[in-house]
Design a protein around this ligand. Sequence first.
Ligand code: B12
Ligand code: SF4
Length: 427
Amino acid sequence: MQAQGLHAVTGKAISTRVVPRRQATVVPTTSNDPDYRQLGGELDAEAYGELARNIKRWARELGFQQAGIAGIDLSEDEVRLETWLARGFHGEMAYMARHGRKRSRPQWLVPGTLRVIAVRMDYLPPGAADADEVLADSRLAYVSRYALGRDYHKVLRRRLRALARRIEARIGPFGHRVFVDSAPVLEKALARQAGLGWIGKHTNLLHRESGSWFFLGELYTDLPLPVDAPATDHCGRCRRCLDLCPTGAIVAPYQLDARRCISYLTIELPGSIPHELRPLIGNRIYGCDDCQLVCPWNRFARLSAERDFQPRHRLDQRRLLELFAWNEAEFLRYTEGSAIRRIGYQRWLRNIAVALGNGPADEAVRIALDSRRQAVSPLVREHIDWALQRLEEKACTERQSTDPATRADPLPAAPAQASRPLSRSRP
Ligand code: B12
Ligand code: SF4
C-alpha cells in the first residue's frame, strides 16, 4: 500500500518537487488557475495531487463510475498468477502465459510506466430480460450480461483516449498507453490497488456500492501521480459463488480453474467441450454469470446508463431454435460490433447445439439438429450428435416414466439444471 504523497518506487515522501522522467509542461486553463503552476516544465507534489483529483472527475464526466491510481508493484499477484499458470488453470488460453512477466510488471510492458490510472464502467443493462427467468427456461438462450450490447473494448478504449486527451490539454504531452483487455495486463490486481474494489472469491472485482457488474480499463502513464489506497476484502465467510457455480470451477476461494468455467468453455475454448461438463452448461450459450448472480454484493449493483450496453437484437431473450437457424451471414450481421462475433459462427453453433441437447426432447429440436448435421464443421457435428443422443436418452426416460410397466423402476433425473441454485441474490 502506498500513502498519498509517497514515491511509488522509493517509498520516500514527495515533499519537494517531483521531477518526472518526461518534462511535463503545465498548461493553465485560465490565467488565474491556482492549481497548476508552471515550474520550469515540472509539476510539484501539490499540483500532481490536484491533477489526480481532476483525472478522477474527468473520468466520471466521461461515463466511468470511478477512476483510481495504482502503483506498479504487483509482486504478490505475480506469484499467484504464476502458480495459476503452473497448475494449468488457464487451459488453452496460451496468451495468458505468452508474455512472461510483462503481465505483472507494467514497467516491462511499457517502459517508463510509474502509475496506472484504472477505471471501471457499469454494464448491467436496464430493461434486459430477467437473468433467472431466462436461465430457468431451457428453450431460451442465456447470453451473459456483459455481451448483450456493444463490444465493451471499443466503448472503454474510446473513453480512455478521451481522458488522455483531457490530461494532455491540461499538462501537455505525457507518456501513456491505453488498455482494455487488449494486452498482457493484470487488470483486476491493478484496479484493486487503485482502490476500485477487491478481488472476490469468484475472482471478479467487487465494489461495496456497485457489486461486480462493471468492466475495467487502464491508462499506463509516466506521471508520478499520488496513488490510492487498495480496497480491502469484504467477502467474509460467504461462499455462495463456490457452492453454486454449476461446474465447480471455483476450486478454492479466489482460485478459478478456467478449464471448468462455462465462460471459458463457451468463449475461449476453440475445440470440443468436455463431455462431462456439457450437461452442466444448461442453456448458457455465451459466457456465464451465475457466480455474480448469487453474490450478495450484487444487491447493490447499479444499472448502466450507457446506450451502448443495451441488449441488441433481443439477445437477452431469444429462443435457442431461432439462434440455431441463423446462417453465417445472419450471425455476422446480428453480432456486428458485439464481443460475441469473436467466437465465430462454428463455435456459436457448437454452443447452441449443447444447449439444445440440455433442453426438452421436442421433435422440432431434433429436426433442427438433424437438418444441420451435414453443412457444419466436424466439431459442430460432433456436438450435434451428442445433443441428439442426449435428447433420445431423455425421450426414452420420459417414455419409461409414463409407461406403467416400468414406472416402479424410475431412471435418475437428467442432471441438466441439477446444480442450478434455487434462489439467488439479484441486483
Ligand atoms: C483470462 C480471463 C478470463 C478467463 C479466466 C478468469 C480468471 N479468473 O482468470 C475466463 C475465460 C474464465 C474469464 C471469465 C470471465 N471474465 Co474474464 N478476463 C480474463 C482476463 C483476460 C485475464 C484475467 C487474469 O489475469 N487471470 C489470471 C488469474 C491468475 O487471475 P485471478 O484468477 O483473478 O487470480 C487473482 C486473484 O484471485 C488472486 N489469487 C489467486 N489465487 C489466490 C489464492 C489466495 C489464497 C488468495 C488470497 C488470492 C489468490 O490473485 C490472482 C492475481 O491477481 C481479464 C482481462 C485482463 N487483461 O485482466 C478478463 C476479465 C477479468 N474478465 C472479465 C469478465 C467480465 C469475465 C466474466 C464475468 C464474463 C462472463 N460473464 O462470462 C467471466 C467471470 C468468470 C470468473 N468467475 O472469473 C472482466 C472482469 C471485470 C470485474 N468486475 O472483475 C475482465 C477484467 C475484463 C475487463 N476488462 O473488464 N475471464
Ligand atoms: S462464470 Fe459460471 S462457471 Fe465460471 S466460475 Fe462463475 S459460476 Fe462458475
